[in-house]
Ligand binder design. Structure first.
Ligand SMILES: Cc1ncc(COP(=O)(O)O)c(C=O)c1O
Length: 285
């Protein structure tokens, strides 16, 4: 029996394995685009650990920085005291944004869903003093208790939606929820519906609308080019924040650092995670 089989046998015995099927290999080491298993096999990694290892596995700059810092300080997350590393990380994240004046503060957390999305929604509530959160059909925002309930395929298991959550249509150009229309007409209809929900379902009590700029888990769905521009105009009229979940699209995955740069729109809050840290658990907004 190879080492892989031996370990997998015990993994099946001792570990609550993932809900989704994973690759039944046992990795010992990873470098650049390759992963190496415990039996000496080499694999070309097309997964990049769910898009986290965007610089390749274990780039020396990252591993050196982790090793050097861990020797001095591990528990330094900004709760009880600050560190220079936190400040440097904030400056580095801000330097990735095109508008230096618009995005001027960063908050770090541990994962896309927990720290990024959930906290962005809490901040939107406190900032606007409104309560409803709106998100778009087919969107995916993670696997915490709240964000799992947003996930269309999982709603049967993790629903119902929390009170004060509204689902609005996303203008899927090829399967427009409003029928046979051009992508632009579909986008316009979606914005009109969103405005209708704001006025007549939430009675203007909406703190934010959260969306991915390009839906990932929903099927790599790119909305019509002018959709977000139209949407932002309407949201601004009501003082509703536009929150972009760039956990999957950010860090250069669509050709620009952030996908929002391709839609002529500036969201009020941008949530980043995954590729931002090359595999370490961290998120920022
Ligand atoms: C668009 C999007 N938002 C949020 C998340 C959740 O991020 P995390 O797994 O870091 O909690 C994911 C994860 O796949 C994602 O793709």
């Amino acid at each position: 029996m190879g080492k892989t089989e031996e370990i997998l046998k015990e993994i099946d015995e001792y570990l609550m394995t993932n809900l989704y099927p994973t690759h039944r290999i046992v990795v010992r080491e990873a470098r650049d685009i390759y992963v190496y298993d415990v039996d000496g096999n080499t694999y070309l990694d097309f997964m990049t650990v769910v898009t986290t290892a965007l610089l390749g596995h274990n780039p020396p700059g990252l591993t050196d920085a982790i090793t050097e810092t861990a020797k001095r300080l591990i528990a330094g997350n900004g709760y009880n005291w600050y560190t220079e590393e936190l400040l440097n990380a904030a400056k580095a994240v801000l330097s990735l944004f095109p508008d230096k004046n618009m995005y001027n503060k960063v908050h770090f957390k541990l994962s896309g869903s927990e720290g990024g999305i959930e906290l962005a929604l809490k901040i939107a509530k406190r900032f606007t003093k409104n309560t409803y959160v709106m998100y778009l059909m087919g969107g995916y925002h993670g696997r915490t208790y709240l964000t799992s309930s947003y996930h269309g395929m999982r709603r049967k298991e993790y629903g119902p939606l929390p009170p004060g959550t509204l689902i609005a249509p996303f203008p899927y150009p090829y399967r427009c929820p409003f029928g046979d229309m051009t992508p632009e007409e579909c986008g316009k209809a979606a914005v009109e519906t969103i405005e209708y929900y704001i006025n007549y379902v939430a009675i203007k009590d909406v703190c934010c609308l959260i969306t991915e700029p390009i839906q990932g888990v929903g099927g790599i769905v790119v909305p019509p080019k002018d959709f977000f521009e139209r949407l932002k105009k309407v949201l601004d009229t009501y003082g509703i924040l536009l929150v972009f979940d760039e956990v999957q699209t950010g860090m250069g995955r669509t050709g620009t650092t952030w996908a929002f740069e391709q839609f002529n729109v500036r969201p009020d809050i941008v949530v980043a995670a995954k590729g931002m840290t090359g595999g370490l658990p961290a998120s920022a907004w």
